[in-house]
Design a protein around this ligand. Structure first.
Ligand code: FAD
Length: 315
């Protein structure tokens, strides 16, 4: 099936992302032929949880999460796509992206939520020793993930309530850490060497409780964005592409019309992601709001949090 991707940006480039992929299984990797692009990724098995700089719990993941830089992964995917005969147009923004057209698949990422209170910030650093290959720190209206990357750097990425802190770039991230009651993490960050070029930020970000339904085939964040603490957004992007394959192939062979392909894809996404999105949205406020964080941390300390059951619901 001939495919052309219109990409507004270029490759390689840094993205705001925790840079660990949880819940991506072998069947999706093999169905989409992702193995070459995922070569060299790390396998993370444990997550150290912290609440306001205090160690809380070490979670053993039921399945490894993949550790990879988006700078590397997105460029590798683009290369693979072109090598297999795909047409890739970069710096090619589609201006009427929302316009439904037979054969057009929307994969343009998250939708803008202009009233959102959230900002995502990320940066690569070196010389920042980790207690585990993944750390998650809960602060005041924020959480921050630290993830080991294959090249020895550490990715530091947080979702913060937006505050006017009069700074830009890495200094903005540092001030958000301090304002969120994470001074020890801020001090570790200050001692590390910073890769200035890797800094990026996203605003107007919000999360979905259900898969968006309209007259288009949507995949990835364009269909539904899951809260980032799950580390499941990239897996959902791949899984939604997998779910759209059969309807798209049937359409391209003239076996169904476009509206049937749209309906079949939407039904598959709803089946696969409905419960996951709902669970993630429910848990998200417990990670962000100080009062609810206290409930969560008390349960974790009493060993009453069913980490494995939650993992299954969220992935
Ligand atoms: C703070 C934060 C942390 C996260 N951490 C993680 C994590 O640790 N693990 C994880 O798996 N996920 C994480 N995510 C989510 C993850 O980044 C997304 O789920 C994932 O990138 C979705 O992939 P996508 O292809 O749908 O969208 P994107 O990766 O956003 O790609 C969309 C592409 O479309 C292009 N585009 C946009 N508009 C147009 C247009 N009109 N015309 C042409 N091109 C266009 C963009 O340039 C972009 O390259 C995180 C997200 C945030 C905000």
């Amino acid at each position: 099936v001939p495919v052309t991707i219109h990409e507004a940006g270029t490759y390689p480039r840094h993205r705001v992302c925790g840079e660990f992929i949880a819940g991506l299984r072998d069947e999706t990797i093999s169905r989409l032929g992702l193995a070459p692009a995922l070569r060299g990724t790390l396998r993370h098995r444990e997550v150290a949880w912290f609440h306001r700089d205090t160690a809380l719990h070490v979670q053993r993941l039921p399945e490894p999460a993949l550790g990879v830089s988006r700078h590397t992964l997105d460029a590798a995917l683009a290369r693979e796509f072109v090598e297999r005969g795909g047409g890739l147009l970069t710096r090619a923004r589609i201006s009427d992206a929302e316009h439904p057209r037979p054969g057009r698949v929307l994969a343009y990422g998250r939708r803008r939520h202009m009233r959102s209170r959230w900002i995502g910030l990320k940066l690569h650093v070196r010389d920042l020793p980790l207690t585990r290959e993944l750390e998650v720190h809960l602060g005041d209206s924020c959480y921050v993930g630290l993830a080991q990357l294959p090249d020895g750097a550490v990715n530091l990425c947080g979702l913060f309530r937006r505050r006017s802190l009069g700074a830009r770039g890495p200094e903005l991230l540092l001030r958000h850490l301090r304002a969120a009651g994470l001074p020890a993490l801020a001090a570790r960050f200050e001692r590390a060497s910073i890769d200035q070029a890797s800094f990026c930020a996203v605003a107007a970000v919000d999360f979905d409780r259900r898969v968006l339904r309209d007259a288009c085939i949507r995949i990835g964040d364009a269909a539904a964005m899951i809260p980032p603490f799950t580390g499941n957004g990239m897996a959902m992007a791949f899984q939604s592409a997998e779910a759209a394959l059969a309807p798209l192939i049937a359409y391209s062979r003239g076996e169904c019309d476009w509206s049937d392909a749209v309906d079949a894809t939407h039904a598959a996404l709803r089946r696969r992601f409905g419960a996951r999105l709902w669970s993630a949205a429910g848990l998200h406020s417990f990670l962000l709001q100080p009062k609810r964080q206290r409930i969560l941390t008390a349960l974790a300390r009493a060993r009453l949090l069913p980490f494995r059951t939650l993992y299954t619901a969220l992935h």
